[in-house]
Write a protein that binds this ligand. Structure first.
Ligand SMILES: *Cc1c(COP(=O)(O)O)cnc(C)c1O
Ligand code: SF4
Length: 357
């Protein structure tokens, strides 16, 4: 294989800060220096009391939020918080991040590894489930902790942290000419510093049969300052065709600095798609999905998937019936251009692709 890794200082760890589940990080640990997104990330709310006080939420939310935040830590960046309506416990953005008592409910069928990730590991940090595409778990860290997250129990601590620890995964990709596309996922791959991201992307670009680089990230939505000119250069600067798949669930996320960041991606020449999750109490109505899809296309972002919730332990209260999603899609077809209607899918362990419902 290629040896570009040798030019990278081996001391750079891929993670060493607290993040979700397993204490992960990305090198963003000197908040006072560097780009503004590092400072914004450092200013994220990680404390249930602070969230409740800042948003003036009812006292009754406090104790459950403190308790459930111990199952999966709370994390909300300031930009995302600013888009919430104070005093409204039903706010669709708040609902995605507020820890609730319901997370303790044991519901049959809701398990730790809901999507069969463990069975598709090809090397440390490498998941290969589908033909032609391989997925790298680049970090366990995220800028926001979504309470419904299907990877809330993922054993991130076992994934590579230093650049040289990627060698087995890169070797596996280099050795399989059927792989044409690498998906950088996580956690959130844009939590990596530009230096680390660039080092990884360069090593991927050196694998001749890779044609496309896809980034799955929620940072353009929750930490829009991450979409810098340097990031755009980095993603468009290789011989691989870049794609960006962002993750927004509600039209109210797509305002202000977030809308600006999406425009930067689109005008920067990066095809940008959105995947959403159908979430009870957040976006399980026709109106919510219509507004989401229409706002996306107005920004030049194409709705890609509407995912049925992965049945992960602690997230049962977010599940909406398949019939609700199907009815929404039917209505979307009647109201929106064909390209604005996402595919309603679920992840079935062992299936060869996402499964249309
Ligand atoms: C979802 C997923 C993909 C991407 O699937 P697409 O249908 O191409 O978006 C690739 N690999 C894994 C492991 C996935 O979970
Ligand atoms: S849904 Fe995505 S952004 Fe949210 S916690 Fe999970 S991996 Fe992170």
């Amino acid at each position: 294989m290629h040896a570009t890794g040798e030019t990278v200082p081996p001391a750079a760890p891929f993670s060493d800060l607290p993040g979700p589940a397993a204490g992960q990080s990305t090198g963003v640990d000197k908040a006072a220096e560097g780009p503004s997104w590092h400072r914004e990330l450092a200013a994220a709310i990680r404390d249930a009391d602070r969230l409740i006080d800042l948003l003036e939420l009812p006292e009754a939310t406090r104790e459950p939020a403190r308790r459930a935040a111990r199952l999966f830590p709370l994390m909300v960046p300031p930009s995302y918080l600013r888009r919430m309506h104070p005093g409204d416990v039903a706010d669709p953005l708040l609902r995605q991040v507020l820890p609730l008592e319901e997370e303790f409910h044991e519901v049959a069928g809701f398990v730790e590894d809901a999507v069969g990730d463990a069975g598709s590991r090809r090397a440390d940090g490498l998941l290969h489930k589908y033909h032609g595409r391989a997925l790298l778990i680049t970090t366990g860290a995220c800028a926001v902790h979504c309470r419904y997250c299907f990877r809330r129990h993922y054993p991130y601590g076992e994934e590579p942290k230093r650049l040289e620890e990627w060698n087995p995964a890169l070797k596996a990709i280099a050795g399989d000419r059927s792989i044409r596309e690498v998906i950088l996922s996580g956690g959130d791959p844009l939590m990596l510093t530009d230096v680390r991201l660039e080092a990884l992307v360069e090593r991927l670009a050196a694998i001749g049969h890779l044609r496309r680089l896809r980034i799955h990230s929620r940072l353009p939505i929750v930490l829009p300052s991450r979409v810098t000119a340097r990031l755009l250069d980095l993603l468009t600067g290789t011989r691989m065709q870049p794609f960006m798949v962002v993750h927004a669930n509600h039209a109210r996320e797509l305002v202000g600095d977030c809308a600006d960041a999406l425009r930067r991606l689109v005008r920067g020449g990066i095809p940008t798609l959105n995947q959403a999750v159908l979430l009870r109490g957040i976006n399980e109505t026709f109106e919510a999905q219509r507004d989401l899809c229409e706002t996306l296309i107005n920004l030049g972002v194409q709705p890609y998937y509407l995912h049925q919730l992965d049945r992960v332990r602690g997230a049962a209260h977010f599940e909406a019936p398949d019939a609700v999603g199907l009815e929404i899609i039917k209505e979307l077809r009647r109201h929106l251009p064909g390209y604005a209607v996402p595919q309603f899918v679920r992840e079935v362990a062992g299936a060869e692709h996402k499964t249309p419902i």
